[in-house]
Design a protein around this ligand. Structure first.
Ligand SMILES: Cc1cc2nc3c(=O)[nH]c(=O)nc-3n(C[C@H](O)[C@H](O)[C@H](O)COP(=O)(O)OP(=O)(O)OC[C@H]3O[C@@H](n4cnc5c(N)ncnc54)[C@H](O)[C@@H]3O)c2cc1C
Length: 269
């Protein structure tokens, strides 16, 4: 088997290129920042990058990736670094490509129940922006107050609402993706039914950053239901809660449980 070519260390000429490309406020080489972007929430692992870049457009991301690809410099996509599987760790040094400055909600289309967001938008910020318009974006990892949509996509995140509503992959219609060589592609379309070619969108979701940078994401969103209730049940035996979930689903249209608590009786075997 062919051994992969070792990555190039960043040299002064590379920093000069990056400085010409992004503003001074979007490039970091100080020890504090290199340390900060050298870890996520995975145990105590630390792999510092040599430089942190915070591009603010797909064009900048594209130029960075194109350059690093040609120079064989390692690039690691970095969201909010709340991941628990080490994906955002710059294992080979090089560039930590932070999406912090790509943090705009570009559109919430109330008529078509769709939204377009950049990867650095915090999940909760997006959720609340949808809520203000009477809409609902369900994926809710417990890290939703800080984790980014781009990171949620890369890890196919989901939380307490996953059983009923599914996780991130259920809501992505299309991704604008910057590939490793800097080219920009769209993976899908803004329609619910799309059978044109392979499903590249779902190939990207859950890819843990291995395909480099996702960019704008088109999501489908729901109309917010009138009632939203979280309730806590105590079970004496471990098997009962699992059976309760099955009983709710088997009891018919579980979405009815949204608004008619008290009118149905649940028998747990
Ligand atoms: C307290 C806590 C609670 C959590 N709860 C849950 C939970 O309930 N459910 C759940 O599923 N997960 C949970 N997680 C893990 C969760 O998946 C992450 O918090 C979140 O999805 C990661 O988002 P991030 O922005 O922090 O991504 P990061 O950690 O920064 O990155 C994660 C991966 O995505 C890649 N990546 C990031 N942005 C991009 C991008 N724009 N393009 C391409 N690749 C990118 C990175 O390279 C890395 O591989 C939790 C984590 C914590 C710390």
């Amino acid at each position: 088997m062919k051994t992969p070519k070792a990555f190039q260390a960043i040299e002064t000429r590379d920093l000069t290129y990056f400085r010409d490309l992004v503003p001074q406020s979007a490039i970091f080489i100080d020890a504090e920042n290199l340390e900060k972007y050298g870890h996520d929430e995975t145990e105590d692992l630390q792999f510092n990058p040599q430089v942190v870049l915070k591009p603010a457009s797909a064009d900048e991301v594209s130029k960075i990736l194109n350059y690093c690809n040609a120079r064989n410099i390692a690039v690691t996509a970095s969201g909010a670094r709340t991941g628990l599987s080490g994906g955002a760790l710059p294992l080979f040094g090089g560039v930590a490509l932070s999406t912090e400055n790509l943090n705009r909600i570009l559109e919430i289309d109330e008529r078509n129940l769709q939204a377009t967001v950049e990867p650095g938008v915090i999940n909760q910020v997006f959720h609340e922006a949808c809520k203000e318009k009477g809409l609902f974006y369900p994926p809710d990892p417990s890290s939703w107050g800080s984790s980014f949509i781009g990171g949620n996509l890369a890890l196919n995140a989901g939380g307490p609402k996953a059983v009923k509503y599914g996780v991130t992959n259920a809501y992505v219609l299309d991704l604008e993706v910057v590939l490793a060589d800097g080219s920009i592609i769209n993976t899908g379309a803004r329609v619910l039914k799309n059978s044109t070619g392979y499903n590249l969108t779902q190939l990207m979701v859950g890819s843990e950053g291995t395909f480099r940078n996702h960019y704008q994401s088109h999501f489908s969103v729901f109309v917010l239901s009138k009632h939203n209730m979280l309730f806590c049940c105590a079970f004496l035996r471990l098997l009962k809660p699992a059976r309760a979930v099955s009983a709710i689903f088997q009891g018919g249209n579980h979405s009815q449980w949204n608004g008619v608590y008290g009118t149905r009786q649940l028998t747990i075997p």
